[in-house]
Design a protein around this ligand. Sequence first.
Ligand SMILES: Nc1ncnc2c1ncn2[C@@H]1O[C@H](COP(=O)(O)OP(=O)(O)OP(=O)(O)O)[C@@H](O)[C@H]1O
Length: 599
Amino acid sequence: MSVPKWNTGMTITPHSQAWLTDSWSRSQGAGLQQTSSPDELRLDRDALAVKHFQHKQLIELVKQHALPLFNQLMAHSKSRLILSDSEGYVLCHWGVSQYSDKLANVALDIGVNWQEQHKGTNAIGTALLAKQAVSVIGDQHFIRQHRFMSCTASPIFSPQGELIGAIDITSEQQRHTQQTLLLISSLVQQVETALLCHLPGSHYRIDLAEQPSLITSGWQGIVVANADGKILGCNPMAKTLLHDAKVGDDLHQYLGEKWNRSEHLLQHQRFHLKTQSLVPERRTQVVSQQIGVRFRDPILERAWQQANKVVRRCIPLLICGETGVGKEQFVKKLHAQSGRSQGPLVAVNCAALPAELVESELFGYQAGAFTGAHRNGYEGKIRQADGGFLFLDEIGEMPMATQSRLLRVLQEREVVPVGSNRSYKVDIQVVAATHANLQALVKAGEFREDLYYRLNGLQVMLPALRQRADRERIIHKLHRRYRTAPQTICPQLLRCLLDYAWPGNLRELDNLMQVACLMAEDEVQLQWQHLPDALQTQLGEQVQPEVSATTAEGELSLMINANIVATFHRFDGNVSRCAKYLGMSRNTLYRKLKALGLK
Ligand SMILES: Nc1ncnc2c1ncn2[C@@H]1O[C@H](COP(=O)(O)OP(=O)(O)OP(=O)(O)O)[C@@H](O)[C@H]1O
């Protein structure tokens, strides 16, 4: 067997690791020269911002779960902790800054690509390709210029097994040892566990092991389940322990009925297990981050992306949607995520202001402008919103005379207070909202056409709750928010809630959950009888008379939904469109239509 000898003097012996030999071959094959510094592939500012946005959760979890241990163990060792994405782009780094010059010289810097094909053998690029943890020490780097470093990296996998990035420790002098490899594996393990616990809908974390002493060893199995006890994901050890457990399986199949009853160590057959609720952690994180808002309904998500774009350019935004769909909440989130988040968010409810006060409320007034005016005058909502957002809620209710003055403000970006002849410049993001059909109001001569077009830089329509594809998630979210102890929702009740038309949208659902959770305090399941009487009646009307008496347990697949009939006619009998609109499968809809005599 011929032994390759590289011209650094490094001899690859049959004892050398295969991944290293392969990596050097690939580096040569990519046309790289050991003696010259490779061309640099670096992201520009915008592309880097996009990467940071896409990997926001990963970055946050590395900061929370890997950085503290790194700081504790490596803070004095002149090392740096680096996070790259799966394509080898450096997303972030932490650690001693006095090495930045030397590391910056070799472009070990944010936004630079360290894939093997660009940088030759190096821990980040090689770990990503080999899909295993590697240490590349000094001379083992392919490019001579990189040989002053020791680097150890490990790939990071998502709970679905997808490669999503790598964590690396780079040191300038210290030679990395087996301990560094162990440390990096441990950091990655922490991050992968955190990713698992942040799966959408995750509610319980169950640690399990055959020996009680292994439960907190770092080598225990971890399973994450939703509020109903269905498995959302497992770490590799849990997969081994639970054999054929699959996502979607009920946990009690594997761990018995009592798995979620205690935060203390519990024994079930050959396992010891400990169950923690993940919900409080999730809530504090949402509050502290205030970013990363994601709507899982595709229509809403699209509206969100579009709205963010126009707000970046200060283009007026018009939000339409039925009452209670969350227009105001949408604007609050938009403001919090915008470049104007440090500025005010001033909301004016045009429907709640008496017509004679609208003008002074919006434009302000000069001292002594009219009887009863405050003697110091008033700057008005528009000037209060300077540097921030002006949110004009229920804009369809604005009196005509005020509409023309508002139009002027929007055109000139200046306000003239009532009774004054002085104008004030304002820099505002205008967002208007309405549940009315503004175009119809324009046609009827009740809303100025020119103002309509001024406000309508972009119009987004927020879907009604009954149209949202993620309404099951919202029901569970609000249930988790208001229940006082671990509790599930009776599946038949859930089905009913999913089929209900929700005329009051999120507001109605939110109120319902608050009340129902109060009624179901200390119960293990939220059931039909916990709903307010009025809603029981309305939901009952959806159910055929012969089954309504036994709604909670009864066969609800024969439910008559007036909404279905209306929707069916609205879409001229098109079952696919009707099913999509109602958020149910075509088969279910066929069944219901058949029961109604419509098919
Ligand atoms: N994303 C959400 N998740 C859960 N509940 C929500 C959400 N958004 C809004 N809600 C609930 O719905 C209520 C109404 O929301 P909001 O005031 O934003 O609706 P709106 O469309 O502005 O209503 P209106 O047109 O009547 O002014 C809120 O008080 C809250 O209880």
